[in-house]
Design a protein around this ligand. Sequence first.
Ligand SMILES: Cc1cc2nc3c(=O)[nH]c(=O)nc-3n(C[C@H](O)[C@H](O)[C@H](O)COP(=O)(O)OP(=O)(O)OC[C@H]3O[C@@H](n4cnc5c(N)ncnc54)[C@H](O)[C@@H]3O)c2cc1C
Length: 1161
Amino acid sequence: MATLESLKQALRQKAKATASCSTQPLSDAQYSAGFDVLVRGSGWMTYQGFIIPQLSQLLAPLFKSRIHISALEIGPGPKSLLGYLPGCLRRKIRSYTAFEPNGLFATRLEEWLCSTSETESPLPCLENPPTVHPIPFVLQHNMGSGTSTGTGGNDEKYDIILFCHSMYGMKPKHRFIERALEMLVEWPQGGMVAVFHREGALHLDGLVCHRTASFPTGVISVANDDEVLDCFAPFIAGFTMQDVNVDKAIRVDWRKVCLALGRREKDHPSQLLFSSPNVMAAFTKHATALPELTAQVPLVKGDKTLKTRQARLHRPASIVRPTEVQHVQQCVRWALKHGVGLAVIGGGHSGHCLWPNVVSVDMGAFDQVHIHTAEIDEVDSASDSSSLVVAEAGCKTGDIVRKTMAAGVTVPLGARPSVGAGLWLQGGIGHLSRLHGLACDAIVGAVMVSVDSSQILYVGYVPSQHRPAGAVRLENESDLLWAMKGAGTNFGIVISLTFKTYAAPTYLTRNWVVPLSGNLEARLRLSDFDQLVARKLHRNCSADAYLYWEAGRLHLGMTMIESFTTRFTFATPTPTPVDAIWGPEDNFKVVDGVSLFETEMYVSSMHGGHGGGKTSSFKRCLFLKSIGEANVADRLVAAVESRPSPLCYLHLLQGGEAVDDVAAHATAFGCRDWDFACVITSVWPRDQDGTEAARSGVQWVYNVTGDLLSLSGGAYGADLGPDPRDAALATKAFGPNRLRLARLKQSLDPGNVLAYTCPLPKETMKQKLIILVTGKSCAGKDYCAGVWVSVFIRCTHKSLTARAVSISDAIKREYAAVTGADLSRLLWDRAYKEQHRPALTAFFERQARQRPRLPEEHFLNVVYGAEDVDVLLITGMRDEAPVAALSHLVPDSKLLEVQVQASEQTRRIRRGCHGGDIDGGDNKDNNNSGSSLTALDYCPSLIYDNNTTGDEAAKRFSEHYLLPFVDEDLQRLANMVRQSPNFPRPSIEYRHVLGISQQPGGLALCTSLLQKHFTGGWANVKAVACCEVGGFVYASALALRVDVPLVLIREAGKLPPPTVSVIKPLSHMSSLASNDSKEKRIEMERDVVPRGASVVVVDDVLSTGETLCAVLQLLNEAGIRAENVSIMVVAEFPVHRGRELLRQRGFGRINIQSLLVFSGA
Ligand SMILES: Cc1cc2nc3c(=O)[nH]c(=O)nc-3n(C[C@H](O)[C@H](O)[C@H](O)COP(=O)(O)OP(=O)(O)OC[C@H]3O[C@@H](n4cnc5c(N)ncnc54)[C@H](O)[C@@H]3O)c2cc1C
């Protein structure tokens, strides 16, 4: 389908070729008529599907951080884009200005904005009538005297400035954007300039964007009607002819051009379709910060030639080439400071190592490969060699294979020598995968620059001489090492990787090519290939198939590659299952790892060997099983038949064996269960890059992946990027690990510095309430969990989904796999399980010793395995103080522990009855003696006494204590917490919890919830204690409400004596906001609370817990014992692990309740 841009060129060409007379600009009426044609019908889809949602997403954080918004729109046309934002955003706009040079549009725009006839006006909260200037927006300073923007002065400032509709008539575009940047407000985080532009490329030299998005699939449909085309064609060409007769004649020609280039579809023959890709680029005042970076880090010399043409079409803001690790750190610091993203170049094979208006970091200078003889005991190694390889991030596959081969070893990598780090960081499928696993499986350590702190980190095993000076080991390194194995481009800029190695093999390669007579034969051959050949092969052998079209026929090609590490001599290869079906191979070769690169069928023979050489390609990869089955085979054949260029083909790389030996959740590369990786490859002659042919090749790949997706078991994450067509594939990448990766992305790249890699889901888990149901064996945990699930589900007005899951099932599964025990009996047969209990417990303890983070892994697996439910109840926990230990792993969910208690006698009776726990027997008791709370060194959130029979009491308990956690008022309260990005430091997303009190009704709502949610009973409370300043606000209002006196805790020296005081370290926020590291003292009046009285401490926030620890120490000094204290906070930030700190400091037994939980600062 031709683009509007190519239509424009063709129309202009036609006018030039056929008419020599002068052109004239469009009148307002002509422009308006053409514009109406453009946005009518499917043109509006671009607004609905791209512009409006992107704008809403972009502006939401900015609008949330402001009470009032002032907006300037440049060239909005007859309606404001801002008028289509969601109501909550539109209502924030209090002042509106526009420059609209088309007089007709300006009038219509003004009428629309001032309209009172519609149910709600588009911008209903404007404080003054909109100002619409019917003149162009110009570069005031560059146009000489007498020209002005018409803004009435230079000092007008805006929160948001929008360039709508492709910056029509503005050249050079970057100068206009720079002018707009000067007009942004400066406080508190500055505003934003957003540009929407048709036709992809938006060249803005030297400007760095804050965010970009693209819509490559935009389509404009135009009625194939003379009158409509006569409006549309001049609008696209941008002029009419001065001479009336010439103009008449050219319109006839232009109709023909439109007809020739427009695509007609069977269903809508009267419409002409044109492709209209759109982009959005948003800039902040940091857009001009590039010189600051280029002064510190070397630039790439000359033109950077990248393997992929796709990337070459993207014009980056700049390409820097660090030569030392400190340069990479400088890049990250610069990106964090200015709130912009970075792209990274490894081998340059993906389409997004360069991105428009983004700085790319070329790792090419880090090109060393080191062979290291390891003390191999230190490294988990199933390899046959005691060598490790440290490969720097700028190395290519060929570099590593060549260097390691010289040392007699190898690393399982991919099939092309020029591919770089992107391959081994995202998976790495090659001819040794079936024998040794994926490239990422061989990673044992990594060095990287954190994109959160810019620190140099190392994880796993990195030989000491390859750790850069200043490199630190990450605290929770196992998470990061796990993520590096399959999703390693998302979390930091990798400097080097350490791989385990295997003995370098020799390869025997054989090729067969079978011309196919038609679909039926194709299906039969694929089935034979799958069933009779591929499935029969030993793991040192892999069989790849190629489905392609050549010489007017469909062909099936097959390459079999066998690897040997023993010396072997032969004149002819041993027979294979293929010989019996297809006869002897067309050719065979014995080669080493380097020569193997040249034996690939698509390089050596197919299509004359790489389409004759000068080609470009685009690929996406899906994982398939049973390729010979009719439903799969038919679609594969249909895919090749629909190819837009003769060079397109499907490449099926065999998997299984060592790829599948690794459990899906054991590494980030979660798609393990497949027989073939199907690479859908579009190839076109290089001189057609950027043309219609290349675009339809790319679209073919997406069409085929779309068709095969439902049959596939996953998608290869490598090469997926910001193109929205990749989104559906990205949801299938990483198997069950997506949400765990999303959580890691949030914590390791909170500023989204690496924004142009394989997209991970942004949405947090759906679950907002996770209840850990703990207690001794046979206390009735599973029974209660079942009752509570039914209460949540029946709470019909909320239509919640709830599920109970036993966490111990995971260990039973592992135990069954290792010992051969019957899993279903372990899960459901009490007597059988009792029989296995000692062995199961010993197994768990052994595993926990070897894998110290096993409980966390199991917890996360259960949580992510039930991501579809609103309320998750987990039984079978073994951890002490599980809320303190685990809440940071699910920082967006409210985590509670309900301990089910029952007397010894009740439990004895239940042992053997149905009401007991299915897995109670293997559940370690959470305490060693008695069942009273005081025997624990921590306090569960709630305790349920389960000594009665029947479910009535359990139901009443949940209605009274559990349902309030899904109360809509809590959500209302959460909505009142304004977010403020990059405050008080870059990459911190500040939540203004204290700001609830500034919202209408906020303080009342908050205090009523604090009162209602307190589980201790207000009648016994003798005082509400609070520390300035956040605590004062909520505690005073609460104290008034529950009629209890306040205990005020202030900075030392501000209360009259006698007082007691303690040292208080800086709170989390104060330490972020100031460089003053001094501790302070806090104090309270002595004897203000009677000894033995119950006190509730109220604060606005629990983050690191330092403030609350100091408050508790102070209360202790004042003679108030911990068992008489409870804590209520408005909001908790579990990532900072405040509960754990309180527990470590001896305050574990204090009940801590929070109304809201938030991830982030
Ligand atoms: C011709 C060809 C052959 C291929 N053959 C195979 C194959 O046999 N097996 C296979 O599994 N795949 C194969 N692929 C897919 C390949 O793995 C991906 O294209 C991969 O992304 C390429 O990595 P790169 O470093 O060459 O590309 P780049 O475009 O430079 O990088 C790819 C991604 O990795 C990121 N990245 C690169 N370096 C770093 C770093 N140091 N730190 C953080 N992020 C980084 C980049 O930002 C980018 O997002 C092939 C692709 C092509 C085009």
